[in-house]
Write a protein that binds this ligand. Structure first.
Ligand code: RB5
Length: 157
């Protein structure tokens, strides 16, 4: 598994902890985030990570900002991205098993470090269940395709 990780200034500490965990587990990753507390704009970090996952350069993405919300708004605009803001082990597990989420968004100002790391471990370790859930995920993809198609028609006019 190849994982793209990133963060704004709110998420430096948690990002380092996640990088340490990935290293310990021998999981390949690239850090797209900032390593300084200087304020940066979360869309500038979220967009390249989402694009890299969307284009299949990475299997999963993990992004951290203050709440996870701004990052989630950005990543879910990219084709094929199913980004989930998770607040606990249950949402982490179900975002993978039911929604086949390929991006995890975390709020460094919302979660304790311990809770966030628990979420990361479960999220990385849970497989998509398939079956009826795969059918629902396919419907998300169909909606996305339809919207992209109508967007192309509008742009060509
Ligand atoms: C930065 O202060 C904060 O707005 C950002 O980290 C994030 O929470 C946005 O959603």
């Amino acid at each position: 598994m190849r994982v793209a990780i990133g963060n704004d200034h709110a998420g430096c500490g948690l990002k380092s902890a996640i990088a340490g965990y990935l290293e310990k587990k021998g999981i390949a990753y690239r850090n797209f985030g900032t390593d300084s507390g200087e304020p940066v704009d979360y869309p500038d970090i979220a967009a390249p990570v989402a694009e890299a996952v969307s284009k299949g350069r990475y299997d999963r993405g993990i992004l951290i900002c203050g709440t996870g919300i701004g990052m989630s708004m950005v990543v879910n605009k990219f084709p094929g991205i199913r980004g989930a803001v998770c607040h606990n082990i249950f949402t982490a597990k179900v975002s993978r098993s039911h929604n086949d989420a390929n991006m995890l968004l975390l709020g460094a100002r919302v979660l304790t470090r311990k809770k966030a790391m628990g979420i990361v471990k479960v999220w990385l370790g849970t497989e998509a269940e398939g079956g009826r859930h795969a059918r629902r995920v396919r419907k998300i993809t169909e909606i996305e395709r339809r919207l992209c198609k109508s967007q192309r028609v509008i742009e060509s006019k």
